[in-house]
Design a protein around this ligand. Structure first.
Ligand SMILES: [Zn+2]
Length: 296
């Protein structure tokens, strides 16, 4: 089982009080290194051109220049340091490496990255996110001939950026379960895009089985008479019990259960997971490890 990652992703430093700390990823990498049959792969970083499928060129160059000049505020809650732009390109490159492997071989893959991406909009950083890696991956998958891309976003926050980037794209189905009402405020059930968006807003503090079954029903609904030919997981782990930024109650085994069900329902369809949120490092690491082991 291949996990794509880069030490460059550790170099993004949004400041000591910011939730997206480098130790999030180092905890994940420690857990993956200690597990059997997991190979860590360092792919090439992405280029700005790779992100133009989803983002405004002037915005990307502004982010790069801000980072190069030493950093600063790029958008709401999104602070760059000098090494942030290389980290963002390393993260996007890891996702594209995992996608390329999955499309080329049919094997599942995972990208262990930071910063996350699912709040990033066409021309705006938001919610710790700079490049929307899952939307870029969906666009690249379509360019490479995939005709039915399923995005499953199980981060506790709504993937507003992803939705904005795919809501007019009928060949991509987007399923998101998220806490409601909660940051960023989007993701109501009646936000349907062109019929391709499936939003599942949920109250906090429910039994884990409520979240497990609701997301699964959403996946079934999104794939009725529509079989995906690639699956992208916007895999956030801030929906786990104890996360400081969410109120859901999931445990590592629930991520493994979703993956197992997807593998059964969508046999022979490659699955590419990529890290989004998750702000209790030990919990995040356990969640990623359970996901990767279920993909293996
Ligand atoms: Zn989140």
């Amino acid at each position: 089982m291949r996990v794509y990652t880069s030490s460059g992703c550790l170099e993004h430093d949004p400041g000591p009080d910011h939730p997206d700390q480098p130790r999030r990823l180092s905890a994940v990498l420690d857990a993956l290194r200690s597990a059997p049959n997991i190979t860590l792969i360092k792919p090439n970083p992405a280029s700005i051109d790779d992100a133009l499928c989803c983002h405004d060129s002037a915005y990307l160059h502004r982010a790069a220049a801000l980072s190069r000049s030493g950093g600063g505020e790029l958008g709401a809650d999104t602070t760059l340091s000098r090494n942030s732009w290389p980290a963002v390109l390393a993260a996007t490159g890891a996702v594209l490496g995992a996608l390329d492997h999955a499309i080329t071989t049919g094997e599942h893959a995972f990208a262990a990255i930071r910063p996350p991406g699912h709040h990033a909009l066409h021309d705006r950083a938001m919610g710790f996110c700079v490049i929307n890696q899952v939307a870029v991956a969906a666009a690249v998958a379509r360019q490479r001939g995939r005709e039915r891309v399923l995005i499953v976003d199980w981060d506790v926050h709504h993937g507003n950026g992803t939705q904005a980037l795919v809501e007019n794209e009928p060949t991509t189905h987007f399923v998101s379960m998220h806490q409601w009402p909660w940051y960023p405020g989007t993701g109501a059930a009646n936000e349907r895009g062109v019929g391709n968006c499936f939003n599942l807003p949920m109250a906090p503090n429910l039994p884990a089985s409520a979240y497990v079954e609701t997301l699964w029903r959403g996946i079934e609904l999104a794939t009725t008479h529509w079989a995906p030919d690639v699956i992208l997981l916007s895999a956030g782990y801030d929906a786990m019990l104890g996360d400081p930024l969410g109120g859901f109650t999931l445990e590592p085994e629930h991520y493994a259960l979703w993956v197992q069900r997807m593998r059964e329902r969508f046999a022979d369809t490659p699955i590419v997971g990529l890290m989004e949120g998750g702000y209790a490092p030990a919990r995040l690491a356990a969640g990623v490890l359970a996901t990767v082991q279920a993909l293996r």
